[in-house]
Design a binder for this molecule. Sequence first.
Ligand code: AMP
Length: 256
Amino acid sequence: MDILPFGEWEINREEIILLQELGSGQFGTVQLGRWKQKYDVAVKMIKEGTMSTEDFLEEAETMMKLKHPKLVQLHGMCTIEYPIYIVTEYMSNGSLLSYLNSHGKQLNQQQLLEMSCDVTEAMVYLEDLQFIHRDLAARNCLVDKTLIVKVCDFGMARYVLDDQYTSSTGAKFLVKWSSPEIFSYSKFNSKSDVWAFGVLMWEVFTLGKMPHERFDNTELLKKIMSGYRLYRPRLSSDEIFHIMSSCWKEASTTSG
Ligand code: AMP
């Protein structure tokens, strides 16, 4: 097995005690860990063959520099041995999607709006740095103990080694969050993040419903191209719906 590049981000894996599994995702399982016997951290244990690790490590330095109160902080990595660990801030209320599903009914409109605003703040920061998220969705945001929402997994879609997920014609490709430019020419930019943000806001105001539930990828693609869009969630005012809908304008109809 090749030895991977060693960078300033390196954390000594012996300083981390793994405590319990928090969930699993594209790259494998995520565990709650205790770092230096002091800090609660989340540890993504990268399953071999799921990530283009060399490309990721090349970009890791840039990602470590991204710091914002509404972004899940990357603390560092353990790269000397497999499995590679990605160590991040721990968010005790788990993913925004699962939180909306399990606790959404206890939230009022103001709180739903605040959750959406948290995501906006993180995305404005990323856009200012010309950093594209590429996979913004409620499943990729996390909720902390005070119900602040933070954006996670920024840029990580670039390192997924699964064609079914990364190719716009793949079975796992997430058309439901994608703007027409992505499924037509795989063109990711800040505007495609804006489109996905509108869908995320819709997820928030439906308390975590699956967007476009009735359509498969092929049907949805045709419908979106002919101007079809998500409906107004019951909990969203016209004003809020206007904001989410304004995210779903095709490039040719938007300015700037
Ligand atoms: P991911 O691999 O990022 O899709 O994460 C899979 C699951 O692990 C998420 O849906 C969460 O339930 C959990 N998880 C991931 N990162 C964290 C974190 N920083 N804090 C708490 N739970 C997390």
